[in-house]
Each structure stands twice: as C-alpha cells, then as structure tokens.
Write a new protein. Structure first.
Length: 206
C-alpha cells in the first residue's frame, strides 16, 4: 500500500507549530491545519455553531453572526466540563475534515497540525508524530506577547492542555524551539530529508 506519508505535528500552545508548518510548506509539504478547520466548522450557517450556541448560549455570538472566540476561550479554560462539551461538538467534525483532506493529498508527505494530538483519535491515522517542544517559561512569555494574555491566564491555558511530558511520550521526532529561526529551519530541513526517505517504505514500516 502506498500513499503520502502522514506526519502529525503537535506541540503546546505558543510552541511554534505554525512557524514549523510554514517551514515545511516552503519545502513542498502539504499542510493540513486543524486550527483552520476548527474555525471553518464554526462559521455562520455551520451545524457546529448552532450546536455551540444551543449548548452555551447566544451570548457567544458576535453582532456579525460569528462566534466570539475570545469569550469562548475564556469560558472553556475556566471550566473543564465546558471544554469537554465543546470538544465533543468540534473534534469529530475536525477529524472527519482533516482525514478527507489527507485522503486527497498528493506529494511525498503531508503534515497534519493537531494541537491536542496527545488525546486525539487522529493518532491512529498517522505514520509518525512530530512534537515541537519548548520550555514552559518560553511558552508563557510567547503567549503573553502574542495574545496579550495575563501570566495567570497563560498558565491556565497551558494547564488545560496535555503536559509537555505527555506530548514527548508520543513523539517519533522532536524539534526544539527555544532558540533562533535559523536553528528551527535547520531541524526542519533535516526532518524533510528523513521524511522523503521514509515515504518510499510501505505504510506499516514508516
């Protein structure tokens, strides 16, 4: 059986997954970003948005009819039960669309970026898992700088995700992102060469 190699890309929030995805895209990889899919499945008119509003209330709707993602984030990171309810609405739809795109992908290999891969059934559909790793202090600072979060809220967001150890436990490959963009690009280039070589193997041997 042959098909493009499927690499699951994951990492904690603000670890640098998007930058790594962009670097792989520059080298010709097909990128499937489940964050993008997650935004698409809650657009106005989509069943997931209707279900979210029925579950959590119409107050999560912006005036233009779109989901107030900031308010949703504040709600779910303060309430584990609410987060689990949201995930039960979104995750099956996100997985179905990611696999649809993967099935249509061409080229040597496909990167499927999944922030919560450590707890996702998508693992069963992947050949390898690549974790972008950085220390927690760096994550917190990047999150504060990027999203203007308070340190307390940044740490709550990190606590709601899989731990660094849980992510590393599922990794076949690891990219360390505590340094410069040049150092990151070198690691991506090395993995690109490895993945090109692996794509010639049967699916079960990758």
């Amino acid at each position: 059986m042959t098909r493009p190699l499927r690499i699951g890309l994951t990492g904690g929030i603000a670890s640098g997954k998007s930058t790594v995805s962009d670097l792989f895209a520059d080298l010709g990889a097909t990128i499937i970003d489940t964050d993008i899919i997650a935004r698409e499945v809650v657009e106005p008119g989509e069943p997931a948005l209707d279900e979210i509003l029925a579950t959590f209330g119409q107050n999560l709707l912006n005036e233009d009819g779109t989901l107030d993602r900031s308010a949703m984030r504040q709600l779910i990171f303060a309430d584990d039960e609410a987060r689990q309810r949201l995930e039960s609405i979104l995750h099956p739809r996100i997985q179905a669309e990611a696999l649809r795109q993967a099935g249509a992908a061409t080229g040597a290999y496909t990167i499927i970026a999944v922030p919560l891969l450590a707890t996702s059934p998508l693992q069963a559909h992947l050949d390898r898992i690549l974790v972008v790793d950085c220390d927690e202090t760096t994550q917190v600072q990047r999150l504060m700088d990027r999203d203007a979060e308070s340190e307390a809220q940044a740490r709550r967001i990190l606590a709601a995700q899989a731990s660094r150890e849980e992510r590393l436990d599922i990794a076949d490959d690891v990219i360390e992102n505590n340094s410069t963009i040049d150092a990151l690009a070198r690691q991506v280039s090395q993995l690109h060469d490895r993945y090109i070589a692996l794509t010639h193997l049967p699916v079960g041997q990758r």
